[in-house]
Write a protein that binds this ligand. Structure first.
Ligand SMILES: C[S@@+](CC[C@H](N)C(=O)[O-])C[C@H]1O[C@@H](n2cnc3c(N)ncnc32)[C@H](O)[C@@H]1O
Length: 254
């Protein structure tokens, strides 16, 4: 990959030479050019010094407004949140659901890129949820009003009051955008989330076929398949390609 350096909001971003690594082992270098200007110092990078950050070190990346979007969306070309939102909206429309009737539990919501993509198509991300408090902080900081509520919680170990909040929001869709498999949401956590949905509900997710078979295939075997589509997820930091398979299913009535 061309080693261009790009500056945004007080920080420079570039990809240092590195071996073509697996999903969790990619690095980016961030250099703060004007400390405090963008909150970039919160990534642990004092002005003028390069800081090497693992791409999956979400806490440090979310600490800097715009850094996740700069790296993942703009530099690595990830379009998966918008693509999944489009697939979910079209699947819902084919079932006769108005966009505003799609009430989404966005699991592994990160700093809200996925929630924003759903909202842009008129759907309602009624609850965002992420295991990292830093993700919630970033979503509320950068995308206030996108989510009805945002919980910092482990989807696989929800407290009774967290479950109640989700049930009260009456989600009829579960989205796991870039958050299933690969060290993120385990199957058991997704299984627990299904129990919080309306009886007639959609589930959408994307997984990386390079990492193995669809992790939710067995869990969702009785669901009605609506969409299954493979596409480029993003480039890797070394210029390779990472693909994902996007899936939408409708849960069988229980
Ligand atoms: C690749 S990010 C995707 C963020 C967002 N959905 C997007 O499309 O930009 C995956 C997110 O899943 C979250 N995550 C991983 N395990 C989780 C768990 N057990 N419960 C809730 N969130 C989890 C991570 O903290 C991370 O923010």
């Amino acid at each position: 990959m061309t080693q261009t350096t790009r500056t945004f909001g007080g920080a420079e971003v570039h990809f240092p030479p590195q071996s073509s690594a697996g999903a969790g082992d990619e690095f980016v270098e961030v250099r703060v050019t004007s400390p405090g200007a963008s909150g970039a110092d919160r990534a642990g990078s004092p002005g003028g010094r390069n800081q090497r950050i693992r791409l999956h070190d979400y806490e440090r990346i979310f600490a800097v407004p715009g850094l996740y979007e700069e790296i993942v969306q703009r530099r690595l070309g990830c379009r998966t949140p918008a693509r999944i939102a489009g697939l979910l909206a079209r699947a819902a429309a084919r079932l006769g659901w108005a966009p505003g009737d799609v009430r989404i539990l966005d699991a592994g919501a990160g700093n809200g890129v996925s929630g924003e993509a759903f909202a842009q198509l008129g759907m309602r991300p009624v609850v965002g949820l992420d295991i990292l408090p830093a993700a919630r902080d970033a979503a509320l900081r950068d995308r206030p009003g996108v989510y009805g509520a945002y919980l910092a919680a482990d989807l696989g170990a929800l407290a009774p009051d967290e479950e109640r909040l989700i049930r009260d929001a009456a989600p009829n869709a579960l989205a796991c955008v870039g958050s299933v498999g690969g060290g993120h949401l385990p199957v058991a956590a997704v299984a627990a989330a299904l129990e919080l949905l309306a009886p007639d509900a959609l589930v959408t997710y994307a997984y990386h076929p390079e990492l193995g078979a669809d992790p939710l295939l067995a869990l969702l075997r009785d669901a009605e398949p609506l969409v299954r589509e493979r596409a480029l997820h993003r480039r890797t930091v070394t210029g390779g390609e990472r693909h994902c398979e996007a899936v939408v299913v409708r849960l069988a009535r229980r």
